[in-house]
Design a protein around this ligand. Sequence first.
Ligand code: PLP
Length: 370
Amino acid sequence: MKTLLISKKDLSYNIEKIKQMARRNGPDDNGNMVKIIAVVKGNAYGLGLIEFTQTLIQHGIDFFAVASPEEAIELRKAGIEKEILLLSPVCIETEIEMLLENNIILTIGSKESATMLEKVVEKKKIQPKVHLKIDTGFGRYGFLYNKPEEILKTLKECPHLEIHGMFSHFSESFSKNKKWTEEQFNRFLSVVEVLKLNEISYGMLHISNSSAFLRYPTMDLNAVRIGSAFTGRTIGGNFGFKKIGTLKTNIAEIKILPKGYNIGYGNTYQTKKETKIAVLPIGHSDGFGIDGTEQKFKMISKIKAGIKNVIKNQNTKVEMNGKMYSVLGQIGMYHTVIDITGNENLKVGQEVELEVRTVYIDNRIKRQYQ
Ligand SMILES: *Cc1c(COP(=O)(O)O)cnc(C)c1O
C-alpha cells in the first residue's frame, strides 16, 4: 500500500510565507490588503481537496477557487462555507442552478455564459455573485480584451448580474521573458479602464497566479490566485518554499542481475555489469516519470527503430529517502527498477519515501497529514 505523506508543519510554513508576502504592498486606497484566493483544483494539486482546504482555513484563508463544478460541490458537501469561485464558465442550465443553490461564485466569459446565467437568475430569483473573465492572450476562456464593447453590451442585456470581480490568467508568468506577462497585464488594465469610463462596477481585480505573485509584486491588484506555491512546486525555482508531499511505499523486491541482462519493456536497457536492483511499486499511475518527477541528467533521444521507439542514453534518477538512484529501463504503469549496486542497507519490504509529482497521483491513494 502506498500513502502520500503531507507534512503539516511544512505546509504551514508555506501558507504563512505566502500570507506575509501578500502584505508586502500594504493596504490599498480603500484600506484593503491583497486577498489570497487559494486555488484548490485537481484534488488540491493532489494533496487532497478537503483536508488541504481545511488546513488553509485554519490559517485564515477564506476564499477558494476551483476548476470544476464537481470540486465546488465537494467542498460544500464537506461543510466548507467559505467563498468559492468557479474559475471556468458554465453554460449548462442545470449546472448553473445547482451551483447557485450552493452559493458558488460563477465566472462568465462570453455573451452565451452570461445570457444563460441571466436566464436562470430571473427564473430562480437568486442573486448571483459573478466574476468576469477577460482573455488577455491565453486563448481559452473569457471576453477578448480588445473587444470591451462586447462586455458592455452583454452586461446591459443581463441586468441581474452583479459583478463582484474581474480577472484574467497569465500564460507564461514563469518565463524569463517578462514582456508577454507585462503585455497581458496592460491589456487587462485597458479593459478595467473602459469599464471605469462607463461607470460599470467590476469588484475585485485579480490576475496573478503563483509565479506572477512571486515575480511581479506590482501586479497583485486586489487579489492573487495561489495554487502551486502552497505545494512548494512552482515552475522556475521554488522561491524558498518547502515541497509538500512524498510517496511512502515499500521496496517490493531486491535481486542481483548478471551482466548483459534486459530490464523492462521494449528491451531498452541491458545491464553493463552485474547489477543489484530494487523494484519499487510505483510508476506512471503515480505520476512517476510523466514529467519532471524524476530528474533527467541527459536528454532522452528517441530513435525510431521500425515501429518501435527505443529510448537511448536514459539516465533518469529518483530521489528515495533523500538520496538519488538511477532508474534502469523504462518506467512501467505500476513498477520501476532502480540501481542499488553496492548498497547493503536497503531491504525487501523496507519503507521508503519517494519524491513524486503529487498532482498526478491516483486519487485512491491515501493522503496522510502528519
Ligand atoms: C490553476 C490556476 C491558478 C493557480 O495557478 P498556480 O500557478 O498553480 O498558482 C490561477 N488561476 C487560474 C485561472 C488557474 O487555472
